[in-house]
Design a protein around this ligand. Structure first.
Ligand SMILES: Cc1cc2nc3c(=O)[nH]c(=O)nc-3n(C[C@H](O)[C@H](O)[C@H](O)COP(=O)(O)OP(=O)(O)OC[C@H]3O[C@@H](n4cnc5c(N)ncnc54)[C@H](O)[C@@H]3O)c2cc1C
Length: 462
């Protein structure tokens, strides 16, 4: 089944969750929380409008592609096209991609009773059209130590009984988890023998005893202020994350999908990394598309739309976007089936992470150059409305085709792209580039490349 954005909104706002914003328990109508609800609601409306849906053999229903176990290249491309479009139209995270990655990584890795449990969870997800996220990143404490030496800093089982397990620990940097219907909780890393207490994958639902603590950045402060223009992206905001805290939280066995099985953890994390990094490239393409739109509008608002040097910069941004999308498409095309799940090619997926981040960096550099200094020096919308408004408007004007207020909106949107959580989010979301570079070194057949050179220069005896 597919529901509308409003139906999702009503459901998620009815949950009694402990979400903290600057120390106060808040409901989802809070100005710092609403942008996430708006963004997720839009994913529902766009899926209905543009048919980002498929038939699921698991529930027998028509479902959102993000809640589907992907079985072919074509379905994976449908997901990537959906997520690129979401990134462009929202200019922020759609908050549902990690849920899709977890569904597919788990389905490809689980067997027997665990798989049956996952299928029962999936039937609920698909029949109710849940918004799902995935929580992996632990606080970790001293990163040079193993989890057993920094126990408190990792999600772990503190006791178990015949009904289920009790979980303590926290996940940090969690994109939109407080506005999800269901979150899959996976470990942040693989484990060695003796670390089995940390080797757990489970699903949390709205009624579970979990606390959410919202991030606080400069952009969150803006969202607590009056007015619209200053926020840059008023409906959807920047990339909004939270800390998710467990304190002896009970999880029934029915929702424990992996426990103490180190091999299954390794498999699911490897599949998750490929899935998330490949879609991340399609997502970056959408983000760069939004920056291309902003850059082009700014050129027009400045009367510079014909300036060759700036048009060249715009061309470079388009190249970065299409290259990131092309990598995602290549990853889908060259993927392979694992237990009936069509997963992207891991080598290409990890390259997508590295090149996608470079593309974002390039696009932000070019956007800064095209926009001039005004995104970080402009006065506020309040000045425009004040007693000096006429003077401010006079000096804010660029091309006469745009009113000063329209130009200010474009400026503030560009400020949002360049100074919000987007850049760091692009670098670290889905794992830092250094993690992808480790995978690339392991997966690439460097020896065959050496052999080719040895043949070229006739040093085959080395
Ligand atoms: C906007 C945003 C959204 C995110 N959304 C999610 C989400 O929805 N779900 C989720 O699970 N995670 C999410 N993340 C988390 C993301 O996966 C992590 O930021 C990333 O894995 C890096 O972890 P860290 O930030 O804790 O970095 P740190 O562990 O603090 O590491 C800092 C740097 O040191 C490197 N490093 C760390 N440990 C070592 C070591 N032992 N040896 C050598 N180098 C090391 C890292 O690669 C990194 O470059 C999000 C992050 C951001 C910024």
């Amino acid at each position: 089944m597919l529901i509308s954005g409003n139906e999702y909104r009503e459901r998620v706002e009815s949950y009694d969750r402990a979400v903290y914003v600057r120390g106060s328990k808040s409901n989802l109508s809070h100005p710092n929380l609403q942008p996430v609800v708006n963004a997720i609601a839009y994913t529902y409306d766009l899926a209905l409008e543009k048919s980002f849906k498929v038939n699921s053999a698991i529930s027998g229903e028509e479902v959102n592609i993000l809640n589907h176990v992907i079985t072919s290249r074509e379905e994976l491309m449908l997901r990537y096209d959906y997520q690129r479009l979401l990134s462009m139209n929202l200019a922020t995270c759609n908050y549902r991609c990690t849920g899709s990655d977890a569904i597919n990584a788990l389905y490809a890795s689980l067997e027997g009773e665990s798989k049956e449990k996952l299928e029962r969870i999936l039937i609920e997800i698909q029949k109710k059209d849940f918004a799902c996220t995935a929580a992996l990143t632990d606080p970790k404490g001293d990163r040079s130590k193993r989890p057993v030496e920094e126990k408190e800093m990792y999600v772990r089982v503190v006791r178990e009984d015949s009904d289920g397990v009790y979980i303590s620990g926290a996940k940090i940097h969690q994109s939109g988890a407080f506005a999800a219907d269901l979150t899959f909780v996976l470990p942040t890393q693989t484990f060695k023998e003796g670390e089995e207490d940390f080797a757990i994958v489970f699903a949390i639902e709205a009624e579970d005893d979990v606390k959410y603590v919202l991030q606080n950045t400069g952009y969150q402060a803006l969202f607590r202020e009056e007015g619209e223009v200053e926020k840059g992206n008023p409906a959807y905001g920047d990339r909004i994350t939270c800390m998710v805290v467990f304190n002896e939280t009970f999880i029934p066995w029915e929702r424990v999908l992996i426990y103490r099985d180190l091999k299954a953890i390794r498999n699911v994390l490897t599949h998750f990394a490929s899935s998330h990094r490949c879609v991340g490239a399609a997502c970056k393409a959408g983000f760069i598309d939004s920056m291309v739109g902003a850059a082009s509008l700014m050129m027009k608002a400045n009367g510079l739309e014909k300036a060759p040097a700036l048009r060249y910069k715009l061309g470079e941004m388009i190249a970065a976007s299409e290259a990131a999308y092309g990598i995602a498409a290549g990853g889908a095309f060259k993927g392979k089936a694992a237990n009936g799940v069509w997963l992207p090619n891991p080598l290409i997926a990890n390259a997508g992470k590295v090149i996608g981040v470079e593309g974002m960096a390039k696009a932000m550099l070019n956007l800064s150059e095209i926009a001039g200094g005004i995104p970080v020096t402009a006065p506020s919308e309040d000045d425009l409305k004040s007693e000096i408004g006429e003077l401010v408007a006079k000096y804010l004007r660029g091309s006469k085709s745009f009113t000063p207020e329209q130009r200010l909106k474009i400026i503030k949107f560009i400020e949002f792209w360049l100074t919000s959580s987007h850049f760091v989010g692009a670098v670290h979301g889905g794992g830092s580039p250094s993690a992808a570079l480790i995978f690339l070194q392991i997966l690439a057949d460097i020896e065959s490349k050496e052999e080719a050179v040895k043949r070229n220069i006739n040093i085959l005896d080395i």
